[in-house]
Design a protein around this ligand. Structure first.
Ligand SMILES: [Zn+2]
Length: 206
């Protein structure tokens, strides 16, 4: 186990995570103990939700520190298995400052009902909230990966696609991963992605 950190998790980082949990809970994106939320508050230092626990009722104790390999820095803490996927994003994108993972109805249903490698979105104004998107006429792809309880294997399946990801990715029957340079941007992107998924689900009902 790595050495305990010399300085504690900043209050601001813990508060960002607690507030994001409340927001995701209000929208129905983290049922039961689903989801996890993290922030990179300094180079190589990640604050992330502890394994288990409802994300709508987080407090400072619910937030632990891990290193970039997903190992607990907080003494006696057990990180969630999915911590590895957060760390993979922080390693791949040096400008990523916050990562969100949620299990909404729309992302779960659509990921199970879409046989292809991605869900495409075209014609939606909200596409422009994603980095590099300037027009609704482009097609934005949300890649899909099969669920796997072995996180190392799942991370290996995601790895080759990660550099080309424009908005985040979906794990079938499981949930979404979205990130941004800070928590505010990550939350806006998650809200945009969930809006697009809710619209797509609505259109399939017709
Ligand atoms: Zn999950």
């Amino acid at each position: 186990m790595p050495e305990a950190a010399a300085t504690p998790i900043p209050v601001r980082a813990a508060e960002d995570i607690i507030r994001a949990g409340r927001r995701m809970d209000e929208r129905g994106w983290v049922p039961a103990t689903a989801g996890n939320i993290s922030v990179r508050f300094a180079p190589g230092r990640i604050a992330i939700t502890r394994s288990g626990g409802h994300k709508g009722f987080l407090n400072a104790f619910s937030v632990i520190e891990v290193d970039l390999d997903g190992r607990a820095v907080t003494q006696g803490a057990r990180p969630s298995a999915e911590t590895l996927l957060h760390c993979q994003i922080y390693r791949a994108f040096p400008d990523a400052g916050a990562v969100l993972h949620g299990h909404s109805v729309a992302n779960t249903v659509l990921s199970l009902d879409t046989p292809g490698p991605a869900i495409g979105f075209t014609g939606y104004e909200v596409q422009k909230i994603f980095a590099g998107q300037t027009t609704h006429t482009a097609t934005l792809h949300l890649p899909l990966f099969d669920n796997d309880q072995d996180m190392t294997r799942l991370a290996s399946a995601v790895a080759p696609h990660l550099p080309h990801v424009a908005m985040g990715y979906l794990i079938r029957g499981h949930g979404i991963y979205i990130w941004g340079p800070d928590m505010e941007t990550a939350l806006a992107r998650l809200e945009g992605a969930e809006f697009l998924l809710a619209c797509a689900l609505e259109r399939r009902k017709r």
